[in-house]
Design a protein around this ligand. Sequence first.
Ligand code: GLU
Length: 509
Amino acid sequence: MTETPKKIRTRFAPSPTGYVHIGSVRSALYNYLFARHNDGTFSLRVEDTDRTRLVEDAVDYLLKVFAILGLNPDEGVVLDERGKVSQKGDFGPYIQSERLPIYQKYVQELLDKDYAYYCFCSQERLQLAREERQAKKLPPMYDGHCRHLSKEEVEAKLQAGEPHVIRMRIPQDGFTEFDDLVYGHIKIKNELIDDQVLMKSDGFPTYHLAHVIDDHLMQTSHVIRGEEWLPSAPKHILLFQYFGWEVPAYAHLPLLLNPDKSKLSKRQGDVATGSYLDKGYLPEAILNFLLLLGWNPKTEEEIFSLDEMIARFDLSGVNKYGAVFNVEKLDWINGMYIRKMELGKLVTLCVPYLEQDGLLEKISDAQFRNKLTGENISFEKLQQIVSLEQERMKKLSEVGESVRFVFEEMPQYEKELLAWKKITIEDAQKNLQTIYDEMEKIEIADFTKENLSELINRLKEKTGLGTGELMWPLRVSLSGLKNSPGPFEIAEVLGKEKTLRRISRAIHL
Ligand code: GLU
């Protein structure tokens, strides 16, 4: 008889202590991809046992961000059809604060088996003990003060209502070992493992106890989580052993680092995922970027659609070494996705940013108004405008700044900008006059970038002027910028009348 392979079940288990960190999204992505790749289940469990650091709308925010990114959990805490936080699945509740009786039952089991003990040490005593150990250069661990209290002593203290926690009893000798799918075989002396608090004085379990129980009861097959948990993993392995439960597979993901190699911390800079979406990074680009932050395709490829990620993802491709969170790389990937995007879709995504920058007002899906000039703009025109920047744009939030010159009645710039290399302002204006005279002859309907390019070629031949001598002043006269799209593209978007008006203005500056 062949054994049916174990169903792959992964989980993302955020603590709702802030707005979801971009590094946590990477953990969620890897859990999601691993589950999808193996026809498994990806669930979301809320670990809210640290009652002092809760942020009320953190879960709602997280699920909304996940919905935008396309990382919807199959099970656990999810958004319902009305967009409200709810729960689904056979292993609930999936919010730890709703599971307190379960933890109580299991911690009692540990107490009964003497794998856990009551600790009545006050904060002051723990502090003193810590300082003493520090002075002796001993590792910062609980000193075992309550380890050997007799049953009677414990009973008396409990009767007297003394505040207490419950700690895990770690064996004083031997080793704990396990295989991590990323970091390989880990073996640690038990004497180096702390008697971890399992139950706090407020009656809530710590992460260490709660997640072990939940991962067992929720049949988690793979625990894929950040490297910061690797040092605690031996305690977790011991807990599984104490309960007599099968240990899930572990894969710890490498730390995310700032470019200066410091840890990308929750408290540092801009790490809330939503702010990346607000800035106009595309969901698919964010996922692609996070995929490569710790996973190696073992080829030179860098751009992966979600389907490709699912097909290719494998825990053996996860790196051990810290991954540098390099925003330039994100910009580059985002730019790649913007370039590949269908223009109509890009325009629709750009509209809110143009509105936000006070350039555009949406009248309907097909009609817009230029807020600087009051002119009507069709969707087609808007497509032309945005296409000017599609090749160069790194994020959607840049669109307003880069196409503002098209919206303006007349771009403002210093006339010195017209000068180029040896060409003086006066030369530039003379060249512009030559261009003006030729352009004027073109029919409105023929005012296309192809015809304009031909026109400039003709002028080069006729006048002996070089490309830059004609193109630089022309481009500046149309955009007012040092860097902008090419002048023919701009002229076509502006149309004959506006183009000539801008050139004329430059001539008379
Ligand atoms: N609640 C833990 C955290 O937010 C989860 C770690 C884990 O995935 O086990 O870091």
